[in-house]
Write a protein that binds this ligand. Structure first.
Ligand SMILES: [Zn+2]
Ligand SMILES: [Zn+2]
Length: 456
């Protein structure tokens, strides 16, 4: 098939076949990733062809690097939806994403790394090309059971434990990429053994997904959560029976100009606190916050079992760090991998096992910066910049205050002043990244028992 060979039902030509998104309006709505996989199968085109087409309509909305879920509330979500709609002549792709909530929830709303799939073994077992979907709801880490089958969602091969990337072609998608075991099987229902609270969580997630899947639903305003938080603070912040964890959260809020965008976990905690539903919070934040909270008459409230705030592993921190460097520093200068691994306290072999593709990409991009000799000079400059920053106590340092360091770094590496400026910029970013990562590793495990419930 070639581009431009499809006629839309309205009589217009479209470049890609006019496949509709499945499950619109339901909690089993198809995710945009699932849609794209289907589109690739139907057209038989390679992935990069469709990416190129879509990118031509937006500013690199599909990057070459393997990315997380396309349905996540990222900055380019609107462009992605618009590009695919223009190419297929279809509407409502936003229903297969978190678009409705994208101004409200954090980019990390799903609460998991979305490069890897989560799936329902029963849905995979009963897969039928003409109707099956991979559901948007499966992306949410807190959702335990498939809305359709009520069995546990899984994220690893049952036989060898390997994770499965999001971008696997449809033809080989339901077998393990490592050991080729089937990823679908007769998994038992778990809904009868779930605690009432676990069932409540699943219902809440499904209702949020259903809200996103509703084609009539507009985009909820950015200030939604701030409004909820402010009202909560005004109505209940002074109370003597305020749980201490919540008191800390409300006080912290005074120091931040905006309430941090919540993940689904945070929304659920507040819904539990207010005895309302999550959709109440996002659709009518003021009335949800001003209602009488549960802590007034339920003294064990702050022991609700929703505490599993994940301790961030150092592997995960390294992964985030490498991704950030590629995204934010890549245009200026990439520091040597050894320096990054060293600060993360991880040996290369382990990192390669955890995220081989990312490591490969980093290495390729790093070596593309110049010849061996040039890289060596830049490394000297980078090391001197890092030492300089260390002595400057860069906690409050701004980019504009780095001019003194520029010359020093230029001489240390024998490089141009422009390059020295870039390297200093990246060194400052890297320095802060390492500091934040150390901070997180240090304080998170403690804060889990104390303040965990209220924000993440
Ligand atoms: Zn299922
Ligand atoms: Zn396997």
């Amino acid at each position: 098939m070639k581009p431009g060979h499809f006629i839309h039902p309205t009589g217009h030509w479209t470049i890609l076949p006019p496949l509709p998104l499945r499950g619109i309006g339901t909690s089993m709505v198809e995710s945009l990733d699932s849609y794209l996989t289907r589109l690739l199968r139907v057209t038989g085109w390679p992935q990069h062809a469709i990416r190129q087409l879509a990118n031509a309509r937006g500013d690199m909305i599909f990057t070459l690097r393997q990315e997380g879920a396309l349905s996540a509330p990222t900055k380019v979500l609107n462009q992605r939806i618009a590009a695919l709609e223009a190419l297929t002549g279809q509407q409502h792709f936003r229903c297969g994403t978190l678009w409705a909530l994208s101004q409200v929830v954090s980019i990390k709303a799903y609460g998991r790394a979305t490069k890897y799939r989560r799936w329902c073994p029963r849905c995979y077992l009963d897969w039928e090309e003409h109707r099956s979907v991979e559901a948007l709801a499966w992306e949410v880490a807190l959702l335990e059971a498939c809305p359709e089958h009520g069995c546990s969602l899984v994220d690893a091969c049952p036989k060898c434990g390997a994770t499965q990337p999001v971008q696997t072609p449809d033809a080989i998608r339901r077998v393990c990429r490592v050991c080729h075991a089937l990823l679908g099987w007769t998994a038992p229902r778990i809904t009868s053994t779930q605690s009432p609270f676990e069932r409540w969580i699943d219902q809440q997630i499904c209702s949020l997904i259903q809200l996103c899947a509703d084609p009539q639903q507009g985009q909820l305003p950015e200030k939604t959560f701030a409004t909820f938080f402010d009202t909560l603070s005004k109505c209940h912040g002074h109370r003597a029976d305020l749980p201490s964890a919540l008191r800390v959260s409300l006080r912290m809020r005074c120091y931040e100009s905006h309430a941090r965008a919540p993940t689904f976990r945070t929304l659920l905690n507040f819904a539990a606190l207010q005895g309302c539903s999550v959709t109440d919070i996002v659709t009518s934040p003021e009335s949800a916050a001003s209602a009488e909270p549960l802590f007034g008459f339920w003294k064990d409230f702050d022991r609700l079992p929703l505490d599993g705030l994940d301790v961030v592993s150092k592997e995960r921190l390294l992964e985030i760090g490498l991704e950030r460097l590629l995204d934010e520093a890549g245009q200026l200068y990439l520091p040597p991998l050894a320096a990054v691994l060293d600060r993360a306290g991880i040996v290369e072999h382990d990192a390669r096992r955890e995220f081989p593709e990312l490591m490969r990409e980093y290495k390729v991009r790093y070596s593309s910066q110049g010849s061996g000799a040039a890289l060596k000079r830049m490394n000297l400059a980078f090391n001197s910049a890092m030492r300089g920053l260390h002595d400057l106590d860069p906690t409050w340092l701004k980019q504009s205050m780095l001019y003194k360091l520029h010359k020093h770094v230029m001489r240390a590496g024998g490089i141009s002043i422009e390059m020295a400026r870039n390297i200093c910029k990246v060194a400052l970013m890297f320095h802060r990244m390492v500091r934040d990562a150390q901070q997180r590793r240090k304080t998170w495990p403690r804060s889990i028992s104390e303040h965990t419930m209220w924000s993440k």
